[in-house]
Structure formats: structure tokens, C-alpha cells
Ligand binder design. Sequence first.
Ligand SMILES: Nc1nc2c(ncn2[C@@H]2O[C@H](COP(=O)(O)OP(=O)(O)OP(=O)(O)O)[C@@H](O)[C@H]2O)c(=O)[nH]1
Ligand SMILES: [Mg+2]
Length: 293
Amino acid sequence: MKSGFVSIVGRPNVGKSTLLNTLIGHKIAIVSEKPQTTRTRIQGIHTCEQGQIIFIDTPGIHKPKHRLGEYMVQVSTRTMNEVDIIYYMTDVTRPFGGGEQFILNKLKDAGVPVFLLVNKIDLVTDQEVEDFIRPFIGYMGFSKVIPISAALDINLDRLVQETFAMLPDGPLYYPEGDFTDQPVSFIAAELIREKALILTRDEVPHSLAVEIVEFKQQGQDKVYLRAIIYTERDSQKGIIIGKNGQMLKTIGEQSRQEIERMLDCHVYLDLWVKVKKNWRDSETNLNQLGYRL
Ligand SMILES: Nc1nc2c(ncn2[C@@H]2O[C@H](COP(=O)(O)OP(=O)(O)OP(=O)(O)O)[C@@H](O)[C@H]2O)c(=O)[nH]1
Ligand SMILES: [Mg+2]
């Protein structure tokens, strides 16, 4: 048996959470076209006859503008020191630049194998992939360079094989049937946040947080969920509620359907919106919302 931990790191929006979901075969991390979607570490567990890999999705590394951003970058850099292999993920639509160098400087002395994953190859030609890779491998050496498409599941079998090849012998850290250790209430909150952030724009998506305040089983096949969407300002609260409450209704319907799929039962979703002034810069608020190391 081989086993170990693998961290997926990189700039925002390169497809880290998409990769986690495709590797695990379940949606455990939310995904959007907006950068800085993921805010915490999210573990997915892959078990097969060869052993077990625990993949850790992390927030995109960026220049923080507030405490939440600082927390996110800390989460990512910290996981680099806790794993057996690091996947450094890039995407072909974002050429090599200062942001990449900043991360690579941290990875240079990581002390564990670093794979360069080149994502979104479905969007370009083979020649473009080759040209894209050149400055990265010129900057530092990688244990493996693997072009992939996380969304279309291209080269991911190879990725898993190459990963097992470098992992040490070890036990199963989690029971065989488990695919994540994230509580369902956390995933439910994230799904609500995903719908809200996909449906809004400008600064609104980044100012949202979701808290599940009640999660109650009602009989065999029904769950009652009460959740609060927090915004930083009254104007943002207005946007989330929308004209005649239409926006909130849409967020509620879309997220309820996904939560029902996940829990495989009926869900009654009681959704509220509240303002927590500038919560992204308040240590107390961040702690209360679960953004703590
Ligand atoms: N064309 C294409 N798009 C992809 C692929 N993988 C991810 N995407 C898209 O890229 C965007 C970002 O994906 P995410 O998985 O949220 O990226 P992330 O790296 O987790 O982003 P953060 O959480 O913000 O750091 C989404 O719109 C995805 O649908 C891919 O292989 N091909
Ligand atoms: Mg993500």
C-alpha cells in the first residue's frame, strides 16, 4: 500500500478546485470563473487498490488586500509544508509572470517533489502548451511536468499513476468509502456561496460569507436548513435580495437543488441575508465564520 498527502497550489482561477472534484468524482469544492473562490483547505480522498491519496485543494495565492486574503494565502503556504508532493498548477491562458515567480520562489526549497501541472490544455494547441511550459522549467526544476485538462479529465489517470509512483509505503489514513472529511454543513454553505457569487458581480462575490445556523433532520428523507448570507454593506444586501426578493429566491432554488443532490433527500432551505460591516477585516468575524488557522 502506498499513501500520502498532495497539495494543489497555484494562482487563483487556474482550476485547482475543478481538479479536486474531477479526481474525486464528487463535487466537494465550489468552482467559479471568478478568482479567489476557494477560501480554505479542502481535502478529497482517493482510494484504490494501489493505496490512498489525500488531495488538498487550497486558496489561490495572491496579493492580499484584507485579513481574509492574508488568511487564505497563509492556508496555502502552510499546506506546502505538510504534504508529500506539491502540485503547482498553472493554466495556459495565464503566461509566466511575477505572480508565478512569487510562488515558485516558495516552492524552490519545498523539500518535496513538485509537479508542474499545466491546466486547460483543451483551449490551445500542443505547440502552445510547449511554448507555455518553457519559462517555468527554465525558472526551476520540477519532478514531473504534466499537461492536463481538469474539466475534461485529460491526463488525470497518468497524473494519479505518477503520484503513486512517488508516494511512500503507508497506511490508509481514512476508511475506504470516504471521499472527503468536510462536514456536509460546510459543503452546503459553500454551495450557497457558489450560487450567490456566480449570480453577482464586481465586489459583491468577494464580500459574501455563508453560515449554516441550523441543520435539522426531519423524519427519514427531509432536512431543514437555515442559512445566513452575510454581506459587508447594506447596498450589497440589497443586491443579494434583489427586486422583489427575486435574486435571493434564485440563489435559494439553485443551491437547494444541489444540496438535495448531495444529501439525497428533500431540503427545506430557509435563507436570510444580514450585513456584517467589513467582516473581511475583522479577526472576530473571521474566527466566527470559520476562517481561522
Ligand atoms: N477550459 C477549461 N476551463 C477550466 C478547466 N479547469 C477549470 N476551468 C475553469 O476555470 C475556472 C476556475 O476554476 P476553479 O476550479 O474555480 O479554479 P481555482 O484554481 O480553484 O480558483 P480559486 O479557488 O479562485 O483559487 C472555472 O470557470 C472553471 O470552469 C479546464 O481544464 N479547461
Ligand atoms: Mg478553488
